[in-house]
Design a binder for this molecule. Structure first.
Ligand SMILES: [Zn+2]
Length: 348
């Protein structure tokens, strides 16, 4: 059993054997079937609460009830990231309330808090769209630095969001923006550009050097590993999660396999695995378990194996990266613990 050579890649079957963290998913149901499936696969789940502020999505209060329920019943298998509660119009009292709420979330066991893309895409301040580098957010960000609560920031969207559908690089983005034209920025030229979104995040990071920051979805720089590398070099206090953006690495591996491999080796301490699954009562349990298993296995295959692979998200075949197991261990486990220190009990 223990004769696995150090450095040799993992096998497909090793997936269920090693300790892992899925550090970005949305557990929006009391149904604990997905926790049981995760336990069988040695996966600790990190669910993320989001202050959607839109009626068609689950209310934050309901998300909090669900998070408290699972955290109480399965603390070894489940953790949660709380939401920073905001409002469609930011005022000083809204920020003061958010400062209190993030401290309360920390007291309730949140391992971090999430700020969502509605900052920069929807929320206003003084009747103008407001970006995360606006000084109105400074007291909140200073508070988060002070209480050392990690921040998962989702700002902007994949660059594809600003392109016409037929120029998008991956099939999953074509599907998403075709069915959500309201989020398709290519149709909304008055809105900030992709560069504006990334610049706002960078400006914020430059001002808050003590923030323990995780850029969700490869920091919305998923389209270019060079750009991701530049930002990780510029901001040593930023890590990034891979949630729903593994397909962009796969897409880049079609033509630049070695370059993607070298990137993963170079930034092996900064990248965190996440599936971005959403568990809900609106779909059947069976369908969701199948999709969870498909995602976990196809992404594990990409990172650990070296065969030629396909997924529906990507047009074209790509070769798996076959990363050394020490690197896989970091991406699937120890980097999440470094970014979210409250998870350190998992390493014991
Ligand atoms: Zn997500």
């Amino acid at each position: 059993m223990q004769d696995m050579e150090k450095g040799s890649p993992y096998l497909m079957d090793d997936f269920s054997k090693i300790k892992k963290v899925d550090a970005h998913l949305h557990y929006y149901t009391f149904n604990d079937a997905f926790i049981h499936f995760a336990q069988k696969n040695n996966m600790h789940l990190v669910s993320i609460n989001v202050d959607f502020m839109e009626d068609e999505w689950m209310k934050l209060s309901e998300q909090k009830n669900i998070a408290g329920y699972h955290k109480t019943n399965n603390p070894d298998s489940y953790s949660f990231i709380g939401a920073v509660p905001l409002s469609n119009n930011i005022t000083v009292p809204v920020i003061e309330n958010a400062c209190q709420q993030v401290a309360a979330e920390q007291d309730n066991g949140a391992i971090g808090v999430k700020i969502w893309k509605n900052v920069g895409m929807k929320i206003t301040h003084n009747n103008k769209l407001v970006m995360i580098d606006d000084p109105v957010f400074s007291p909140l960000l200073r508070q988060l630095e002070h209480i050392k609560l990690p921040v998962l920031g989702h700002f902007g969207e994949p660059r594809n969001c600003w392109l016409p559908i037929d120029e998008m690089t991956v099939e999953s983005d074509k599907k998403y923006y075709s069915s959500h034209p309201e989020f398709h920025m290519n149709q909304q030229p008055h809105m900030p550009s992709h560069n504006d979104q990334v610049a706002a995040c960078n400006n914020m990071l430059a001002k808050h050097r003590h923030l323990n920051f995780v850029g969700a979805h490869l920091g919305s720089s998923e389209y270019s590993i060079d750009e991701i590398a530049r930002r990780l070099d510029q901001f040593p206090h930023m890590n990034m999660d891979l949630a729903e953006r593994v397909c962009h690495l796969q897409h880049q591996a079609i033509n630049d396999h070695q370059k993607v491999y070298d990137f993963m080796i170079r930034y092996q301490d900064r990248l965190i695995y996440g599936s971005d699954m959403v568990f809900t009562d609106n779909k059947s349990e069976e369908e969701q378990l199948e999709e969870l298993e498909r995602r976990w296995h196809s992404q594990w295959q990409f990172f650990t194996q070296t065969n030629i692979q396909n997924t529906w998200e990507v047009k074209g075949s790509f070769k798996g990266l076959g990363l050394p197991r020490e690197v896989v261990d970091k991406i699937y486990f120890s980097n999440a613990i470094k970014a979210y220190p409250s998870l350190s009990f998992l390493a014991q």
